[in-house]
Design a protein around this ligand. Structure first.
Ligand code: FAD
Length: 474
């Protein structure tokens, strides 16, 4: 594999300007700095590590033909190329580590085909517009991120993992992405189509294994949903409720459990949550309202309708929870983990043990999902507050959780493998070598050490704590 150091820098930007027009090649100004930020500031470690990221230019193709020409040109010049959707990733996925060009994919958007159970889209299509089109045909996306209002299709499958719908249909790896097409990073790009399990080779790979040009997602019959808060005095009861909800016939698109005091940090709804109460955020089929109330009653939960006029329920779960906790506790941090799958007693024991040891520090936030075989799967995205020496305490906490059999996914690293979602590394690397022979696709994200060679200046003053949805209004 040729290294990026062999690339030729000479005036290559002029070639991109000739290709796309000067106004679609940004090489200076405020607009550029926006492309060098994402939501990696959730982690103080990543915020430090990525503080001095820079780029030669941002290029904005408006069609697949232009995208293909951009990729061909980057290959010809051996210049690093990093794709970017809406920039809502939490691990610096779309931030270039070796400069070069960032390719804004948002201009390459549109729905190509929509049929029963399947929608095919261009990479930069915003998830919400796909959901809207599916709804018009009586269907909905099997899974979409809580950032669906701004996140792109290719950004979601390359940088995300699951989200709304995962409680009923599982995550990205649950056959919810039916096929993808990608182009190779060569002077004459080839198109490769992946279907079935082969799709897994590109999921959550931070755009290091090909430039996605077409994504085909699973649709399911549409439901009419209502949002509710279910409050509990006891977190163990809240966990049992969440588990049984997802294991029942009640159709829920979201079952998000928040241990106190997280509910009090969610200011638009906090007035509905009694002091010290734990809360389940539930987005479920209106026709199952009675069953939901009956289930809540079993676990001494109180169901309350979503407060009128409050921010939508989808803007609180998954990584949105961390946005609320960081606003309330600016020095807090976070973690991602997975509890015992399909084993309710073990799951409850794990939650109990962590709360006992890290009470008031490891705030339990658990998304209850399912696996393709229908097992209940509990994903933790806990805010961590009052961690004194962050890195050392984090190591200790991770060791403790691992000892309990909880799997940790490290959100403090931009390295793909450390995120914990890589499947068949051998096949993935073979595909990578075929697709990216010059090694210029988002270089540095696949396991190459980066921390030792970069400055560590915190960019906290630049931190923009708006939600992804608000950023789209820029
Ligand atoms: C508040 C908040 C809530 C979130 N909730 C969720 C959630 O519910 N579920 C979830 O999974 N994630 C969630 N995330 C993470 C993030 O929003 C998702 O990963 C999102 O879908 C990323 O989409 P994006 O368009 O912003 O991609 P970006 O962040 O711009 O890019 C992500 C990755 O995709 C790559 N990429 C983009 N386009 C292409 C392409 N055409 N070909 C190859 N690679 C490409 C980029 O290089 C990058 O590595 C959340 C983040 C925040 C900040």
């Amino acid at each position: 594999m040729t290294t990026v150091t062999e690339r030729q820098h000479s005036n290559y930007l002029d070639d991109f300007k000739n290709l796309l027009g000067a106004d679609q090649v940004l090489s200076e100004g405020r607009k550029i700095s926006r492309y060098l930020r994402d939501f990696s500031w959730y982690s103080p470690i990543l915020e430090n590590a990525l503080a001095d990221t820079s780029v030669d230019a941002v290029v904005r193709p408006g069609s697949i033909d232009e995208l293909t020409a951009v990729v061909a040109l980057a290959a010809r010049h051996r210049v690093p190329i990093t794709l970017r959707g809406a920039g809502t990733g939490n691990y610096g996925q779309s931030l270039p580590l070796e400069q070069g060009i960032v390719v804004d994919i948002k201009g390459v958007s549109g729905i190509l085909e929509l049929s029963e159970g399947r929608v095919s889209v261009l990479p930069g299509t915003v998830m919400k517009s796909i959901e809207t089109a599916a709804n018009a045909a009586g269907q909905e996306l099997a899974v979409m991120p809580s950032t669906y209002r701004v996140a792109t299709a290719s950004g979601f499958i390359s940088g995300g993992s699951g989200g709304l719908g995962a409680s009923a249909h599982g995550d990205l790896w649950s056959n919810n992405i039916l096929a993808v097409e990608l182009i190779t990073v060569e002077e004459t790009p080839r198109t490769i189509r992946l279907e079935g399990d082969d799709v897994n080779l590109v999921l959550h790979m931070y755009g290091t294994v090909g430039v996605l040009t077409r994504i085909e997602m699973r649709l399911v019959p549409m439901h009419t949903y209502e949002a509710n808060l279910v409050t509990f005095d006891d977190f163990d009861q809240c966990c049992q409720f969440g588990w049984e909800l997802v294991d029942s016939d009640i159709h829920a698109r979201l079952a998000s459990l928040q241990q106190a005091p997280i509910g009090s940090m969610m200011t638009p709804i906090s007035h509905e949550i009694p002091d010290g109460a734990h809360v389940a955020l539930v987005w479920s089929d209106v026709d199952h309202a009675r069953a939901l109330s009956e289930l809540a009653e079993v676990y001494s939960g109180t169901v309350k309708p979503w407060p009128q006029g409050a921010t939508h329920i989808t803007q609180f779960p998954y990584s949105h929870t961390i946005l609320w906790s960081r606003k309330a506790e600016p020095d807090s941090s976070w973690l991602q983990c997975e509890y015992a799958t399909g084993d309710k007693e073990r799951f409850l024991e794990q939650v109990h043990a962590v709360t006992e040891r890290y009470n008031g520090v490891f705030l339990q936030h658990i998304e209850i999902n399912t696996t393709p075989s229908g097992q209940v799967r509990c994903m933790g995205i806990p805010p961590l507050v009052n961690l004194s020496d962050h890195e050392a305490s984090l190591d200790e906490l991770i060791a403790y959780c691992t000892g309990l059999g909880i799997s940790l996914l490290n959100p403090h690293s931009y390295v793909v493998e450390e995120g914990g979602f890589v499947g068949d590394t051998g096949r993935m690397l073979a595909l990578k070598q075929d697709v990216d022979p010059f090694g210029i696709l988002n270089p540095g994200k696949l396991g190459k050490s980066f921390f030792s060679s970069r400055a560590t200046t915190v960019a906290a003053a630049d931190r923009d704590m708006r939600a992804p949805e608000q950023l789209s209004k820029d």
